[in-house]
Design a protein around this ligand. Structure first.
Ligand code: SF4
Length: 419
């Protein structure tokens, strides 16, 4: 085993007052799941985690049928690439669980809310991958589901599994795997990084999560996420110990900046795949069926409210599919101003909403903010807002909206201030 190197400088997040042990959370998270429905104003809301983002044609058919038979006939795509069913009756839990279980979408009832991952959706499709992020995500999911301690992770704890291009590494994962050329991977948690062999990447991610739980328990603050810990210093020793306990060899890794790459553009990808985006992240069951892949193919749900249909027979078939998805109402061309627009649920689905934001949402015609993601919110919780720099369009309650440019630094400062 290589010696575990001090991974990177670490510092307290609260100006050095790491002895302060105020609780940041007084309860377990209330994130909805596929089995724990959230009661919204428009009925029950079920959220299905898709750790690799991958669906087969059969699973697409099952989910479309479930949306029509049990819900409001629509599916929502979240900013973590999960799928929402809304408008569910109170007594549908058993029927939904059976449907999902039979389709292979619920491998472990106990773990369904902790299988939170975002994975590079173009991995293996366009020649830009440094590692097989899809395979890592499958293995990490299997490891998560095979251990009981992992059920103590909160429903917000996120793994980002990046094939090296930098598309999901900047999405705020608590633990991030980043493929590197030459068969290596970086495992990052907080401001710390370790380099491991590619084959060890899933075990390393799990070890980092285990270390987080140990540190959070010791801190006694009820933290759900790494950013809620007082500082990185205890993590450094805990991760090193957990990596060693898992038999994962590490080598020195400089902290470096998180690489950031743009989301996949709509269009044909390589010769056998297409990428499209769901306007405002909501589609009908019929639109969802239009995504169904052919034999041996798959659909990948992206964390940018889009879909990649992979495994098409060739370039001509890919162009045909793209045209069909354009007719079905998906965004299929780069440069559409709607690609940057997202919105929370708003009225009438959310009781906290001050406006019907989905009806109001549109691109902003302002050169000063052009190119930045624009997120419309019905209240100051700003559910589903983008990471990084973005434009905050917030309902005021008097029929107007306030518009502010938010930066990643300011969001981080606000999060710290709220703790
Ligand atoms: S941001 Fe507010 S209004 Fe919008 S879904 Fe979240 S809680 Fe509801």
């Amino acid at each position: 085993m290589l010696a575990a190197m001090p991974p990177s400088p670490s510092k307290p997040r609260n100006g050095g007052e790491s002895h302060i042990r105020d609780r940041v959370r007084d309860r377990a998270d209330a994130c909805p799941g596929a089995l724990r429905l959230h009661r919204a104003d428009d009925g029950g809301l079920a959220r299905l985690r898709l750790p690799t983002g991958v669906l087969t044609a059969h699973q697409v058919a099952v989910l479309a049928g479930a949306a029509e038979r049990l819900g409001d006939g629509r599916l929502g795509v979240t900013s973590r690439g999960n799928l929402d069913l809304r408008g569910l009756p109170d007594d549908c839990g058993l029927a939904l669980a059976e449907l999902l279980g039979e389709a292979g979408l619920l491998p472990s009832a106990a773990h369904e809310r902790v299988r939170n991952m975002v994975v590079s959706p173009l991995c293996g499709l366009d020649g830009r991958s440094h590692g097989d992020a899809q395979a890592w995500a499958r293995e990490l999911d299997a490891l998560l589901c095979a251990r009981t301690w992992t059920t103590a992770l909160s429903g917000r704890f996120l793994f980002a599994v990046d094939d090296g291009r930098g598309d999901v590494a900047g999405l705020g994962g608590d633990v991030t795997l980043l493929a590197e050329p030459g068969g290596c991977a970086l495992v990052r948690i907080g401001g710390l990084s370790w380099r491991v062999a590619a084959g060890d990447a899933p075990s390393a991610a799990l070890a980092a999560a285990e270390a987080f739980l140990a540190v959070a328990r010791e801190a006694g603050t009820g933290a759900w996420r790494v950013a809620e810990l007082p500082d990185d210093r205890p993590l450094e020793a805990a991760v090193t110990e957990c990596l060693a306990g898992a038999g994962v060899a590490t080598s020195a890794a400089s902290p470096g900046a998180v690489p950031v790459a743009a989301p996949p553009e709509p269009g044909v990808v390589g010769d056998r795949a297409v990428s499209v985006v769901a306007p405002l992240g909501r589609i009908t069951a019929e639109q969802f069926r239009a995504l169904a892949p052919g034999p041996g193919g798959e659909v990948r749900v992206t964390p940018w409210r889009g879909f990649v249909v992979a495994g098409l027979p060739g370039r001509a078939a890919a162009k045909e599919r793209l045209a069909a998805l354009d007719r079905a109402g998906f965004l299929t061309r780069p440069g559409s101003p709607w690609l940057t627009v997202s919105a929370c649920t708003g009225r009438p689905g959310c009781g906290k909403a001050l406006a019907d934001v989905r009806a109001d949402a549109r691109p902003l015609d302002d050169a000063a903010v052009r190119g930045l993601p624009v997120h419309w919110s019905g209240c100051d919780r700003r559910c589903g807002h983008p990471q990084g720099d973005w434009v905050d369009v917030l309902a005021t309650g008097d029929g107007t909206y306030g518009i502010t440019v938010r930066t990643a630094r300011r969001d981080n400062d606000d999060a710290q201030a709220q703790r």
